[in-house]
Ligand binder design. Structure first.
Ligand SMILES: [Zn+2]
Length: 356
């Protein structure tokens, strides 16, 4: 073996050794010029042939070129291997091992979803009223103006409509359609149906979602929940209404929470009252939440106005009744002492998890 062949063998061995030391595609790209490219020993040796005679140059050049091509072939094989290794590493990293997840976070495996605070409050309220002899009714959330307002003794342009900031639904029909602003339209459905089926009396509660064009704040939401109570029977008096409110208050909030009624105005009841309960935070002693009165307003109630009975065909000389309604969200807020009602709709699992 002459000196040149020895040199070619040496730079080939060094190039292959350098190639073997490369661990990644990026490293291979970076080192390619010095292993077998322009900055390699192969290139330097090629340049040194300039001084040789043409015959020698061609012959030696061909041998050098063969060696260089062999190294280039090794580089390509190495590139394929490194690419496969990189892909395997990436897949390993992306692999979703469900067993690992369960082990890493045991609480996930045992934490099941649960009813939200509003839903569970509604269920508890229904339970209390069912125990008091009420049935639970349901009603539509999208109502005609008739059910939401007119049948409830709130004619068009009546100033009382100012009490409800209403979302109107444009169905392209002449009839005015709204998202119900209260659960009271369910009273109308219940009474119409009872008259049609000759199934009076009625002792029902109707819970459900309502909508008002309110800006959400600590005590108001634009979509909220009410529960409506309706009793239509013979010889129903205001004392029955007050007794029902009081029985409910103690059953739901506890024996040390009382209720009281204060005169108010609602178009669909006469007389009307707002009912307040003992402040659940200070238990009547007076605090910031109840403005130091010891009482918190919960809802409205009253004896059903004869005009409402007339609109659904109930004979006010034979039947009398009362209705009441209050916010389910407000109820949850007071029972759990939530400073801001918006927590109910923010879907923060840290908040929601407290009511599992
Ligand atoms: Zn208070």
């Amino acid at each position: 073996m002459n000196l040149n062949d020895e040199l070619i063998a040496t730079i080939t061995a060094e190039a292959l050794a350098a190639l073997a030391a490369v661990d990644t595609i990026e490293e291979l790209d970076e080192r390619f010029p010095s292993i077998v490219g322009k900055r390699s020993a192969f290139a330097s040796m090629q340049k040194s042939f300039g001084s040789l005679d043409p015959e020698q140059r061609r012959e030696l050049g061909a041998r050098l070129q063969d060696a260089r091509r062999a190294v280039e072939a090794s580089v390509e094989l190495r590139r394929i291997d490194l690419r496969a290794a990189a892909r395997t590493t990436m897949l390993e990293a992306d692999r979703l091992d469900l067993g690992d997840v369960v082990v890493a976070s045991q609480s996930w495996a045992v934490t099941l979803g649960h009813a939200g605070l509003v839903g569970s409050t509604q269920a508890e309220l229904e339970d209390v009223f069912v125990a008091m002899g009420f049935t639970v009714a349901d009603g539509p959330e999208v109502e005609s103006d008739w059910y939401n307002f007119e049948a409830l003794n709130i004619p068009p342009a009546h100033p009382a409509r100012g009490m409800w900031d209403t979302f109107y639904v444009d169905l392209g029909e002449p009839e005015t359609v709204v998202l119900r602003t209260h659960t009271s339209p369910t009273q109308i459905h219940l009474m119409e149906s009872a008259v049609a089926n000759d199934s009076l009396p009625i002792h029902s509660v109707a819970p459900g979602r309502c909508y008002r064009r309110d800006t959400p704040d600590a005590r108001h939401l634009a979509a909220f929940h009410q529960i409506e109570g309706l009793v239509v029977d013979h010889h129903i008096t205001f004392a029955d209404l007050a007794g029902t409110i009081e029985t409910f208050t103690r059953a739901y909030f506890g024996p040390d929470i009382e209720s009281r009624l204060r005169p108010a105005f609602f178009p669909f009841t006469e007389p009307s009252a707002e009912f307040e309960i003992t402040c659940t935070i200070c238990h009547g002693a007076g605090c910031r939440t109840c403005s130091n009165t010891g009482w918190i307003e919960l809802g409205g109630c009253g004896m059903i106005d004869p005009a409402v009975f007339e609109s659904v065909g109930v004979d006010p000389d034979r039947w009398s009744g009362f209705a009441f309604g209050f916010g389910i969200d407000r109820c949850a807020q007071m029972r759990h002492e939530l400073s801001d009602m918006r927590a109910l709709i923010e879907n923060d699992v840290r908040f929601l998890g407290q009511f599992a």
